[in-house]
Design a protein around this ligand. Structure first.
Ligand SMILES: [Zn+2]
Length: 180
């Protein structure tokens, strides 16, 4: 399993258990190079996890589709690939955690947007413009203004502490704390 932090392919399993529905195995892994821990879900399923589209159609959940959307939004942006992979992992966990084995594309999109919002403003706006399907330039402007006012305080604070390092630490901490 590839380490989401450093990309190294060797790890050891430190904990392993079945999910509530006994349809997946959750493994806690530790990278043998950077020693960070991450979680993987291995599915025992014949029935796929589904995404319910806006028009009610269902399609199979695929990690690759989530990643493609993220890559499009983050094109030429200073976003590390490992960070994108960890967003994909979070989204997958969000879908796997559903008792109904499905999530709506709206729920998934909002989930991704909340991750992108703290990661890269341009990527966030690109993703939001596709996902929220802005009807006109005023909707787009409203979203942008809301974002700028909520960001201006946080951004100046991050800058004064030396932005980049601060943000990296915060994001690895937040993936860590959600795990029991
Ligand atoms: Zn690693």
């Amino acid at each position: 399993m590839k380490c989401p932090y450093c990309g190294f392919t060797q790890d050891r399993v430190v904990d392993s258990r079945e999910s509530k529905e006994a349809d997946s195995i959750r493994r806690r892994r530790e990278c043998e190079r950077c020693e960070k821990r991450f979680t993987t879900y291995e599915r025992l399923d014949e029935i796929p996890y589904m995404v319910v589209k806006k028009d009610g159609r269902r399609e199979k959940f695929e990690r690759q589709k989530i990643l493609s959307g993220l890559l499009r939004a983050c094109e030429k942006r200073p976003v590390p690939a490992a960070r994108l992979e960890s967003i994909v992992n979070e989204v997958e966990r969000f879908v796997v955690d559903s008792a109904e084995r499905e999530r709506t594309s709206g729920e998934i999109g909002e989930h991704i947007m909340s991750e992108l919002k703290s990661l890269d403003t341009v990527a966030y706006i690109r993703f939001a413009s596709v996902h929220r399907d802005f009807k006109d330039v005023n909707e787009f402007k409203a979203e942008l203004e809301g974002l700028l006012s909520s960001h201006s305080h946080a951004a100046s604070e991050a800058r004064s502490r030396g932005g980049k390092t601060h943000r990296t630490q915060a994001s690895s901490k937040s993936t860590e704390k959600k795990r029991p």
